[in-house]
Design a protein around this ligand. Structure first.
Ligand SMILES: O=c1[nH]cnc2c1ncn2[C@@H]1O[C@H](CO)[C@@H](O)[C@H]1O
Ligand SMILES: [Zn+2]
Length: 369
């Protein structure tokens, strides 16, 4: 049986028909940007409240389509331009709280049981908030969203430093300061070309000194050398995207030294297929390297990147992969367990989610199919 999605009808035209078992499957997402996943109607309401007049349309369905189409640019830089609109309306405590609460609610409604959601605190200071106030507002929003979802989801925040600015050390310090209260780790994001991760080495060294988790966007717009720098120079525990690691895999499947290192050390790849199609990191779903990487034994996780900007959900990403590669519940269970194993959570908590939520959820799914 197929159910239609709950996104606007016009946007649904480009979306796959999501099978009911896909929607019910327990999911975990490690790579989802808070400012890339707002509800269109929320953007419009927040814009009215704060006096932002730059939106391309005030029709929610049309706005959803506009984001996805504008981001279908073939370039990461143009994809990222769309975030000016979402960040513009996320400049008050109330707006951040609302967006974070709705994010947790929407993920839970899609069957996500564990999420790490990232954003760049430095992009939310235009209304006069301090970095600490931004983090507190978002954390409180996540707690509210967890409550509204009846405890069916656990959400952690990742604080992102923007790779083209010079605040990453400050954001790393903020991560350490808030780690006992809802912040799970750190990330760097933004345009990859011309902004290699090692430019932010002091931030990574600070995190290492304080035994803090971090991931790095790499191997999305730049090739395997970017993954090399993120892993070997900066010490990333996971890689955001990472799909261009295939530069280091020969046609016959032989792994180069870097690819072998990443695979053998179980460094998780946070793969986001739809986003990759939009930014030109992959040509189409059928030729997306996720299947090659999975079969080669990499720790592959499946993610949304930006639910609004990429017009997607976890269910849609699952469905695209099921359609392209014939994946059934056993593969999605593998991706979901891989994500929780690579989560920035204490080990007993990871084990609890896998043993008490994910394994039984898939067992029930398989029994009822
Ligand atoms: O796939 C991506 N690659 C690089 N940067 C990204 C991606 N998606 C979003 N952002 C950037 O991360 C910021 C904080 O959430 C966003 O504002 C956007 O500029
Ligand atoms: Zn991303």
């Amino acid at each position: 049986m197929h159910l239609s999605d709950n996104l606007p009808a016009s946007a649904a035209a480009a979306a796959p028909a999501v099978a009911e078992w896909v929607r019910r499957a327990p999911k975990a997402v490690l790579h989802d940007h808070l400012d890339g996943g707002l509800r269109p109607e929320t953007i419009i309401e927040l814009a009215r409240e704060c006096g932002y007049t730059g939106l391309p349309t005030e029709d929610p369905a049309a706005l959803g389509v506009w984001f996805r189409d504008a981001a279908d640019s073939g370039s990461l830089e143009r994809y990222l331009e769309t975030f000016a609109h979402t960040c513009a309306v996320m400049q008050s405590r109330e707006a951040l709280f609302r967006v974070a609460a709705e994010c947790a609610e929407d993920l839970a409604a899609d069957g996500v049981v564990y999420a790490e959601v990232r954003y760049a605190p430095e992009q939310h200071l235009a209304g006069g908030l301090t970095l600490d106030e931004v983090v507190t507002a978002v954390n409180e929003g996540f707690r509210e969203g967890e409550r509204r979802a009846g405890g069916r989801i656990v959400v952690g925040a990742l604080l992102t430093g923007m790779r083209h600015t010079d605040r990453s050390l400050e954001i790393a310090e903020l991560t350490v300061a808030h780690r006992a209260s809802g912040v799970a780790g750190f990330d760097i994001a933004g345009g990859e070309i011309g902004n290699p991760p090692a430019r932010h080495l002091p931030a990574f060294q600070h995190l290492k000194r304080h035994n803090c988790h971090f991931t790095i966007h790499a191997g999305e717009a730049v090739g395997a050398e970017s993954v090399h720098e993120a892993v070997q120079v900066c010490g990333a525990e996971r890689i955001g995207h990472g799909v261009r690691i295939t530069d280091d895999i020969a046609e016959d499947g032989t792994l180069g030294h870097l690819a072998a290192y990443v695979r053998d050390n179980r460094i998780a790849l946070e793969v986001c297929p739809t986003s990759n199609l939009q930014t030109g990191a992959a040509k189409d779903y059928a030729s997306h390297p996720i299947d090659l990487l999975r079969r080669a034994g990499f720790r592959v996780t499946l993610n949304t990147d930006n639910r609004l900007v990429s017009g997607t959900t976890m269910s849609r990403e699952f469905q695209h992969m099921a359609d392209a590669f014939g994946y059934g519940p056993e593969v999605f269970e593998e991706f979901t367990v891989a994500a929780v194993e690579a989560a920035f959570l204490p080990l007993p908590e990871r084990r609890r989610i896998i043993d008490e939520v994910i394994r039984p959820g898939y067992a029930a799914l398989t029994a009822s199919r």
